[in-house]
Ligand binder design. Structure first.
Ligand code: APR
Length: 243
């Protein structure tokens, strides 16, 4: 039995449920993760490509990096794991999907209550006036400039950036009030996202981890299910009778 009776019962009777996803949920959509054996940070140095300082010192390189990632993401589609979370959301009164992913796949799959902790690679913003630009609105320049003269950057959280305060506040609140918290496809190494499962547990939630391998929180959650989220999540929805 992949799922305990306790897990199935807790989800079925949950008034409030929060989910945290990481790069692992998009791996079966062929979006590279960060720390797996073929992870991006095994091939590139994040400090060169994904920090606020790198953007200011070499905006062209950072733009090239995000254009490369956008190109990969524009060719992929959600997988059954993303769609299973859409089904789950329709059966829970108070459902919050908190994601560390910037790949927009939860939104494309149809999830509605999404908290994008690390932003969204399909959006851009001016570093000076914060004006938002969709991809098709971007001026055609190597380092796009805003009408105010400021540099435009991808609307993703870089290392060294503060997370969007409103998104983080709603994510913490959802983690504290939920009856069940499900952590999916994250190494749980990057804070503050990584603290949310433990915050939920400390506030009395039943915490489940679904991950390809053990992580630093596996021994602290109530249930740790090892496997591919694109296989496990549809099985969970089926066991719950939620499809
Ligand atoms: N199903 C479930 N889990 C999977 C799958 C899969 N098919 N494939 C990989 N995983 C797991 C890996 O075992 C790993 O534990 O997903 C996790 C991915 O971990 P990371 O690559 O560290 O990604 P993530 O946890 O999302 O990173 C957090 O770090 O670099 C920053 O901003 C970046 O949002 C990212 C943050």
């Amino acid at each position: 039995m992949l799922f305990s009776e306790r897990l199935l019962t807790n989800i079925k009777f949950a008034n409030s449920l929060a989910v945290l996803t990481g790069a692992g949920i998009s791996a079966e959509s062929r979006v590279p993760t960060f720390r797996g054996e073929n992870g991006l940070w095994k091939r590139y140095r994040p400090e060169d490509l994904a920090t606020a300082e790198a953007f200011l010192s070499n905006p062209q390189l950072v733009w090239d990096w995000y254009r490369y990632r956008r190109n990969i993401i524009s060719q992929v589609t959600p997988n059954p794991g993303h769609y299973a979370l859409v089904d789950l959301e329709t059966h829970i009164k108070d459902f919050t999907l908190i994601t560390q992913n910037v790949d927009n796949l939860h939104r494309i799959a149809g999830s509605e209550t999404i908290e994008e902790l690390h932003g969204n690679i399909m959006r851009n913003r001016c570093v000076d006036c914060n004006r938002r630009y969709n991809d098709n609105e971007l001026p055609h320049m190597d380092v796009p400039k805003c009408s105010c003269g400021g540099m435009i950057r991808p609307d993703v959280v870089l290392f060294g950036d503060l997370l969007p305060a409103d998104v983080l506040a709603r994510s913490i609140a959802a983690s504290r009030r939920c009856d069940v918290f499900i952590s999916i496809g994250t190494s749980a190494l990057v804070h503050p996202a990584a603290s949310l499962p433990i915050e939920a547990k400390n506030c009395g939630a039943y915490v489940v981890e679904i991950n390809f391998e053990k992580t630093v929180i596996s021994d602290r959650v109530d249930e740790s299910i090892i496997g591919q989220s694109g296989e496990i999540l549809p099985l969970l929805i089926n066991e719950l009778g939620f499809q």
